[in-house]
Design a binder for this molecule. Structure first.
Ligand code: ATP
Ligand code: MG
Length: 251
């Protein structure tokens, strides 16, 4: 892999690209995952590459749901594990929610490669490898889930998920928390709680909030939480950032 000079103005962005390329070499990330990452980067530019107040609100509500659900599960795919493996393991430990490999492009090789990376980062148990249960209404390999994990869960954390599968989980009555930089995606619009932020910024913040409020989770609940309003605020943040930048350029 290439050496990225730390003084490069896009150092962090290049570093995360490099992690995804390494993920692909290790068979953790699917080729289409690189395209999804590029779309995420474009939305991050439009948001000014920072965590906005609407994302902090969604993070609080997500922390509340993860701490108060009977059986939460942390769903893991190739992009998320390539970008932030330590944080996934920490999130699982602080919430008691098991990690489950859940792939759009499923193959036994990728499932095992992802489980291996999670174990290298301290995971004791990884569900979903060779998963046999199915989500009704979804076709083919996209619907396989672990009978002890997502199938039984009342709350699923599914960052960077596909819209179809998010819809299926919501239809099964589960609370769905996602992280998605695109406030217009079907995933963002269907989930119970949408954190419109980069996973690399949102996950450490989510863990911090959970650690701080582990003993009084009810204090985290956002009164009258409305996910549609969160998405509207995310779109307004983009408009605001673009308008401010346009004024700067024109001055
Ligand atoms: P949908 O199926 O929900 O309508 P889509 O088909 O456009 O969305 P997918 O490839 O299914 O997109 O899902 C990947 C999503 O993850 C995209 O919306 C993309 O913006 C988002 N994404 C990619 N990288 C990141 C990241 N680092 N942090 C947060 N979100 C990201
Ligand atoms: Mg999709």
């Amino acid at each position: 892999s290439v050496e990225i000079p730390p003084d490069h103005p896009r150092y962090r962005s290049l570093l995360y690209r490099e992690r995804l390329i390494e993920g692909m070499e290790k068979k953790v990330t699917a080729p289409a995952g690189l395209i999804a990452h590029g779309r995420g980067e474009a939305f991050d530019y439009l948001l000014g590459e920072r965590t906005h107040p609407h994302a902090h609100t969604a993070i609080r509500q997500a922390a509340f749901l993860l701490l108060t659900s009977r059986h939460p599960v942390v769903s893991v795919n190739g992009n998320v594990v390539a970008l932030c493996p330590e944080e996934l393991v920490r999130l699982s430990k602080v919430t008691g929610a098991p990690l489950e490999v859940n792939l759009f492009y499923r193959s036994r090789e990728r499932e095992e490669a992802i489980a291996r990376v999670l174990r290298e980062h301290g995971a004791e148990q990884v569900l979903g490898v060779g998963a046999e249960a199915v989500i009704p209404e979804l076709s083919s390999e996209r619907r396989r889930v672990d009978p002890e994990g997502i199938l039984e869960a009342d709350c699923v954390f599914v960052p960077l998920e596909d819209g179809d599968r998010t819809e299926a989980l919501v239809r099964l009555g589960k609370k769905v928390i996602t992280v998605d930089l695109n406030p217009l995606s079907r995933t963002a619009r269907t989930a119970t709680v949408t954190i419109v932020d980069n996973i690399v910024r949102a996950l450490p913040l989510l863990i911090e909030v959970i650690e701080r409020h582990r003993d009084d989770p009810s204090s985290l609940a956002v009164p009258d939480y409305d996910n549609k309003r969160i998405l509207a605020e995310a779109l307004s943040a983009i408009v605001h950032h673009l308008t401010a930048t346009a004024h700067e350029l024109a001055d």
